[in-house]
Write a new protein. Sequence first.
Length: 307
Amino acid sequence: MTKALLIVNPSSGKEKSTDYQQKAEQALLERFDEVIVKQTEKGGDATTFASEAAKEGLDAVIAMGGDGTLNETVNGLAPHEKRPAFGFVPLGTVNDLARSAGIPLKPEKAIEALKTAKMIPMDIGKIDDQYFMNVLAIGMIAQAVDQVSVEQKTKFGSVAYFMEGLKAFNRHEMLHFELAADTEDWEGDAALVVAGLTNSVGGMEKWAPEAKLDDGLLHVFVLEKLDLLNAPGMIRQLVRGNLKESGGVRYIQTRELGLEATGNEITVNVDGDPGPELPVKIEVLPSHLQILVPEKPVKRGPFGSLL
């Protein structure tokens, strides 16, 4: 007898998740003998629910929400030796993991895809004692994005992130970093450090086009220069999928990363939410989860779409 857990965040997707809950449950019942539904009420609930599902030996855990809900679910699954398959219906503002895995961004289509989804391996990362599925960002722009309120996200969507990031960009704020990777160390001033497991960052699907869900690598971009003079060139290279070739950008591939910065209380943005303070140790856990993806993954342009 197969059994799945559906975790629903009722505050995600501009508070429309409950509209999709029944459809998702019915879709999953075409694949599993029993489907348990649990709604989150506070931060950490998805982690608790997913952890309990792993302990009970369920076959799959499906999360319905934004990247924050997915991150919590991954943190519930990751510590266990036996881990249920991981699936999700994206209802967030950016939905980077959905973009990277070729999952439809429209909830109805993502729900339909669950009926025949296949399982593939997916890396996850570990930063100190917590896990992440997509991206880490460190710098004053990342700090500014952390200040985006739930109300701003709901009202303005991804534009809210751009607005806050632009404010920090205009202040030309830099930090002094020290990075220790597998094959090289680097020290210097930078406006932003982004370390990703997947190709999509902030909805930009050609941020790291060579990144794969199961390549076992962390793709690190250090933006040593970020001002009005070089920003247009960076944007052009980003659209082409060649950000690493842009002037003022250092690109590093690594399986482990030590990261420090000069300053007090500098936090890491983890999958879109505030995380631990520097210094941190980061590692990739290769093929740590099995993820449910469509039989025919969705293909989108460099800045994505709403398919």
